[in-house]
Design a protein around this ligand. Structure first.
Ligand SMILES: NC(=O)c1ccc[n+]([C@@H]2O[C@H](COP(=O)([O-])OP(=O)(O)OC[C@H]3O[C@@H](n4cnc5c(N)ncnc54)[C@H](OP(=O)(O)O)[C@@H]3O)[C@@H](O)[C@H]2O)c1
Length: 283
């Protein structure tokens, strides 16, 4: 898809070393959650060129089957698990199926996610927004990682957390369900990183900006916002695997991060006035 000048500036294509990736993942077993669409789908297609065993998890069986056909044509092995991460019993079943499918896991990519932008007033009778985002963005990946930590320890493997830049910035109105659950998981990963290091497990996080996937489609405002392509996100995740860096974030994130550090009061005022403007325009 054609990129605008601003998109090329904000999300430049980066140097990518295919040989290094080959050395890192060839022959390995990689589990990707949320592999049926968007970033997970693109990552799956990228990895499928490197002779790997991909274990893909998502709800949409038909889409997973289509992707599995391509993976096999590209020369890699593919196994599928369908599970709905909103249900704890389904996460348990996915863990059991993983145990049956393999006794080796080298890479776990926690990518499945649910985003919600909704005002507090419109959330009053929607407690399920919070249980669902918590389940998929926070609790399900924890349950899976706890179960597979012995396998990752044995393989000196990788955990990749697909996160969002918002986690590193001041909280934004209407994003409570998404931002709280993504931040909770990010904190969980960061708390455990030193312990995993002792086990020789590498935990890495990519903090993504807006990415053009079906996740952002319901928000009409984002249609014309500059956004990264899902293929670019996939390349950045793959690069994180073979590089010594533990975090990947856009080059320009330092500026809003500085703003978050020094400008909390100003941000509170901006948030308040933007909400007031929203209210007035909806009268
Ligand atoms: N797009 C962005 O702007 C953006 C920005 C920052 C970070 N991210 C992060 O990037 C990751 C991938 O997002 P994306 O943009 O690629 O979104 P997407 O295109 O909507 O894909 C989400 C993936 O998660 C799976 N999923 C959704 N609900 C599920 C459930 N209840 N149980 C199991 N799997 C479920 C979906 O598969 P099924 O529907 O088949 O289950 C799909 O494969 C997420 O963690 C998101 O937070 C995205």
């Amino acid at each position: 898809m054609a990129k605008t000048f601003i998109e090329q500036l904000l999300f430049p294509d980066m140097a990518f070393d295919s040989i290094k990736l080959q050395k890192t993942i060839s022959g390995k077993t990689i589990v990707i959650t949320g592999a049926s669409y968007g970033i997970g789908e693109q990552l799956t297609l990228l990895f499928s060129n490197y002779d790997v065993h991909l274990i893909l998890i998502a709800r949409t069986a038909e889409k997973l089957n289509t992707i599995a056909d391509i993976v096999r044509k590209n020369g890699s092995k593919c196994s599928l698990i369908t599970a709905d991460f909103y249900q704890e019993t389904e996460v348990d079943r996915a863990v059991n199926e993983l145990n049956v499918l393999t006794d080796t896991i080298d890479v776990f990519v926690s990518n499945a996610g649910k985003s919600i932008m909704r005002s507090l007033e419109n959330s009053l009778s929607r407690f399920h927004d919070f249980t669902r985002t918590n389940s998929i963005n926070y609790l399900a990946p924890i349950k899976i990682i706890l179960a597979i930590t012995p396998l990752l320890k044995a393989s000196h493997g990788h955990i990749i957390n697909v996160s969002a830049i918002n986690v590193l910035l001041l909280p934004a109105p209407k994003w409570a369900a998404y931002q709280a659950s993504k931040t909770a998981f990010d904190q969980w990963i960061r708390c455990n990183t030193a312990e995993w290091k002792i086990m020789k497990i590498k935990a890495k996080t990519i903090y993504l900006p807006l990415v053009k996937t079906k996740m952002i489609a319901p928000n009409k405002k984002y249609k014309n916002y500059p956004a990264m392509q899902p293929e670019q996100a996939a390349f950045r995740i793959a690069k994180l695997l073979y590089s010594s860096k533990t975090r990947s974030k856009p080059w320009w994130l330092i500026f809003p991060q500085l703003g978050s550090f020094f400008g909390e009061k100003i941000w509170e005022k901006i948030s308040f006035f933007s909400l007031k403007k929203d209210d007035e325009s909806s009268i």
